[in-house]
Design a binder for this molecule. Sequence first.
Ligand code: HEM
Length: 400
Amino acid sequence: MAEPSTQRSDPGTRRHRLFAWLDGRLPLSAARDAAMHKTIPVHRYSVIYYFGGMTLFFFLIQVGTGILLMLYYRPGAGEAFESVERLMTTVPFGWLIRSIHSWSANLMVFFAFVHLATVYFAKAYRSPRELTWVTGCFLFFLTLAFGFSGYLLPWNQLAFFATKVGTEIAAVVPVVGDWTVRFLRGGDRVSGATLSRFFGWHVAILPALTVMVLLFHLLLVQLQGMSVPPGRTEEAKRRPPMRFFPHYAMRDSFGWLLALAVLAALAALFPWELGEKADPFAPAYADIRPEWYFMFMFQTLKLVPGGSVLGLEYEAIPILLFGAVGLVLVLVPFLDRGVERRGRSPVFTGVGIAALVYAVALTAWGYHSWVPVWVTLGTGAFIALFAYVIRRGAEEEAAP
Ligand code: HEM
């Protein structure tokens, strides 16, 4: 007689029943089995498998904090700055949420760069992962668009003039230049109309596009599993693979926890500044700067002398070249045939290294600082250290 009541109060049984109920309606067992059987290759460069997840972590933080910010933010030249100021001074923890959103935005761009660079050098774009790469490129461009559109939203002096200069650049592109500038600004000048437009992009269009592309990107990764870089195939065959659950998932969660701690410390110790309200009639700053991830392009344009050739302004040449580089980046899996045929493509590796050195050198030049060089070298050292720790951990787990 007592048995039914014991069963009712046993949380384990209740959980089991709930799982069985949901499992009858959703493919939960199939998902659990897939997670239990999924494995991750173990080799010298296994560390690269963690950077996509890290980018995803910062994206999720952006979504959460972005929704909170939207509760108080008001788009409009007359109230945007004031609403952010109120958020930072009177709303409990408003300053912290804004600071987390801003730091996390930068860290997301940083890890998207690291993820892109590591999958590029590991040649993870090889068949059959071409679409994973192409969707990844779109995610990268969307991430940059998030940064560009978000920068203007507080409507402060620096953002106003940086957006003015940033959107003006497009004007020199032949045929579509003027139209692009008006499309971006919602008129001829950077004004309240630009702000409403950037707000729409930032909180509706870009998130919707990103979520769709991201789900496809992640689906492809699940269907195809992780690639093994050329040259590490023998090593990956020799070493027992790591089980996704719990071993890889635990390591990923540890990385996310560490990222959360670093993010919280940065946001609390170095709160994001607001500056002064934008004044469209104020004289432009002498030292207008874009976000750090656009600096190498900005610095390149600064080096171009005035003038034109065959009706094409000199400035248009690097802009068109950057556009072409973006297109080539998307097409890399279809251009790099050597890696398919011979398992190696030193030309693509060399071009990748040259592009990285160029971007870092021009960023350092733009800031007149060695910090970008130290950050790049420090990131390389950090990745090497983590690669070693992860490999040692996997070796110890595999030991009898
Ligand atoms: C919002 C940005 C992005 C997110 C959240 C994201 C997320 C992920 C995740 C979670 C993985 C599986 C784990 C891993 O291999 O790291 C992955 C794999 C992959 N991603 Fe991304 N990614 C992003 C951007 C990119 C970019 C910019 C590229 C390159 C253009 C890219 C190309 C790839 C490739 C080729 C793989 C497969 C790696 C392999 O099989 O070894 N992703 N991505």
